[in-house]
Structure formats: structure tokens, C-alpha cells
Design a protein around this ligand. Structure first.
Ligand code: DIR
Ligand code: MN
Ligand code: MN
Ligand code: MN
Length: 309
């Protein structure tokens, strides 16, 4: 397999510093060498963790309640090009975040590349405690990491090029090709959006009721076989017992094995085209940071086929 790695040291989609250090922590823990040596992958990586400091605007006032809109817009637009450039060559793209706002870049990049290469739409499996589908107007926090899905699906619209207006139809995702797993902390406005648009979502309640095996059968059945899959994995989907070092931890989450199992099932489809691993923040709960990094590492390895026989 050919893999392209994009290391996004970006924390501007939410208020807590430290999530920008996750790519280096994962790489220093040996991730890239493991992909090459254990998983026999050909890895393309420019060797840098980007911090996008050159994109920092002189001023960046709130707009429609969004915090740092111009910076997040500029960074995600650049990430979109980085991801597109790997995906257009048929590489599987692994993006190391960074907060989840960067998915506006990653998913738009793969959606565009797959449209051009295969004339097809991608599906997204979004594994998260949160739905990240607030519009600027429904968001209580103004944090853009709670909004990427609304922009990617066109539910949130903005003409201003410097505030996500660069997202064009070729970058976008159908609400019918989106599946959530692990949800347990959804804002009021988000619940209405999920209901009104019939978006497929498996909450922790569903995981408890059916078990993760059945949930994955249903999730992949919804997507349908032979559809290119982008897996966007927020580490806070896991219970804080296994992944405490993250900005918005919510109790009652997935076990480590359930997280790995989701990744393994996606790997088994053979349709994975991109993977995001986001929201690891090594500076939070420092005693638990090495566990959190190991959990992230494990999910990546599983998604890339490690534990399949
Ligand atoms: C909340 C929290 N729904 C918000 N979102 C988080 O700020 O919009 N997403 N933590 O990962
Ligand atoms: Mn291979
Ligand atoms: Mn998220
Ligand atoms: Mn989350």
C-alpha cells in the first residue's frame, strides 16, 4: 500500500493548546517506522509537522459567532490541497491532527480527488463522542471543531472565500453518505439537524443494545460495498479510561477494543481511502498521555490492516 502522511499541528478550532503536539508525539512513538517495517507500507511524508504560522491573519475577529474563522479557513484550505495531492495519485491519506476542524480540509480533499479519479462520491464514517455538525448559528461555543460536518455537507453556507467559502460542490459530502459511531454528547441544535436530514447515527446506546459487531454490519451496510470510505476518528470517541488526554472527554465511551474493532472492520472492506486521527492532546492529563498516544497509534495500525490475518 502507498500511504501519504499529513501532519497537522493545529489547535485553532478549539481553545486548548497542546493538541498541536499530537502528530510529533505519534511520530516520536514510532508510528511511521511501524507502518513501513511492520505493515510493509510505502510511506510518503514531507517530514514536517505543519503549524501553518504563515497563514495566521493580522486580525481575525469573530464572524457569525465563529472563533478564529479566517485562520481555521486558511489552514483547512491548505490541508485540503495537501490531502488532495496525495489522494489524486491513489495514495491512502493518513492525517494526524490537530483538532477536528481539520476534517474540513481532509474530507474536502479526498471528496474532490475521488470525484476526479473515479467519478464517485465518498462515504464518511465519523467516530466521535460529538457530532461536530453545529452550524455557526446553532453552536453555543463558537469553536469551529464542533462545525466541520455542517460545512462539508453544505448545511452551513458561507460565500466569503476567507471564511470557508472556498468549499465548492466538488469538495462536499452527501448527508446520506455519512455515518456516525460513538455519539453521546450532542447539542440540541445538532439533534434537530440529525433528525431533519435523516442522518445515520449509532450512539453509545446503539453500541450497548446491539454490540459493536452488529453496529459495524449496519454502518457498512448503510454505506454499501465498493464505496470509497474516509474514516475520521476523534480519539474522544474512546472512553476517558483509555484516552484521557483529549480536550472534551466524555464518560461512557467506546472501549479500546471497540475502537480498534471499528478500524479493523473498515480495513476489511478494502475501501479505506483516508484516515484522520484527531484530538489527542498530550498536554492534558499528562499521566494518561502515553496511553492516549498508544490508543491513537493502535487505531491507525488497525485501520491500515495490522490485525487482520
Ligand atoms: C460542542 C462540543 N458540541 C461544540 N464539540 C466538540 O462546541 O460545538 N467536538 N467537542 O469535538
Ligand atoms: Mn499492502
Ligand atoms: Mn470531533
Ligand atoms: Mn469529539
Amino acid at each position: 500500500h502507498d500511504v501519504g502522511v499529513v501532519a497537522v499541528g493545529f489547535s485553532g478550532g478549539q481553545p486548548k493548546p497542546g493538541v498541536d503536539a499530537a502528530p510529533m508525539a505519534l511520530i516520536e512513538a514510532g508510528l511511521i517506522k511501524e507502518l513501513e517495517n511492520d505493515l510493509d507500507m510505502k510511506v510518503a511524508f514531507d517530514g514536517q509537522v505543519h503549524n501553518y504560522a504563515e497563514l495566521l491573519p493580522a486580525e481575525d475577529p469573530e464572524y457569525r459567532g465563529m472563533k478564529r474563522p479566517k485562520f481555521v479557513s486558511a489552514v483547512t484550505k491548505t490541508v485540503s490541497d495537501q490531502v488532495y495531492n496525495y489522494a489524486k495519485d491513489g495514495k491512502l491519506v493518513l492525517t494526524l491532527g490537530g483538532d477536528h476542524s481539520i476534517a474540513m480540509g481532509t474530507i474536502s480533499g479526498t471528496a474532490k480527488a475521488v470525484r476526479e479519479r473515479l467519478g464517485r462520491e465518498i462515504a464518511v464514517i465519523w467516530v466521535d463522542a460529538h457530532a461536530d455538525i453545529n452550524t455557526p448559528e446553532t453552536s453555543d461555543s463558537g469553536n469551529i471543531h464542533g462545525m466541520p460536518v455542517s460545512f462539508l455537507t453544505g448545511l452551513a453556507k458561507e460565500d466569503r472565500e476567507d471564511c470557508f467559502g472556498w468549499l465548492k460542490p466538488e469538495h462536499m459530502l452527501s448527508t446520506k453518505k455519512l455515518v456516525y459511531i460513538g455519539l453521546r454528547d450532542i447539542d440540541r441544535g445538532e439533534k434537530k439537524i440529525l433528525r431533519d436530514h435523516g442522518i445515520k447515527a449509532f450512539s453509545m446506546h446503539d453500541v450497548d443494545r446491539h454490540g459493536i459487531g452488529k453496529v459495524m454490519d449496519m454502518a457498512l451496510g448503510w454505506i454499501g460495498s465498493d464505496t470509497p470510505i474516509h474514516l475520521s476518528f476523534d480519539i474522544d470517541a474512546l472512553d476517558p479510561m483509555w484516552a484521557p488526554s483529549t480536550g472534551t472527554a466524555v464518560r461512557g465511551g467506546l472501549t479500546l477494543r471497540e475502537g480498534d474493532f471499528i478500524a479493523e472492520c473498515v480495513a476489511e472492506t478494502g475501501s479505506l481511502i483516508a484516515l484522520d486521527l484527531v484530538e489527542v492532546n498530550p498536554s492534558l492529563d499528562e499521566v494518561g498521555a502515553s496511553d492516549t498516544i498508544r490508543a491513537g497509534n493502535s487505531i491507525i495500525r488497525c485501520a491500515l490492516g495490522d490485525t487482520l490475518l
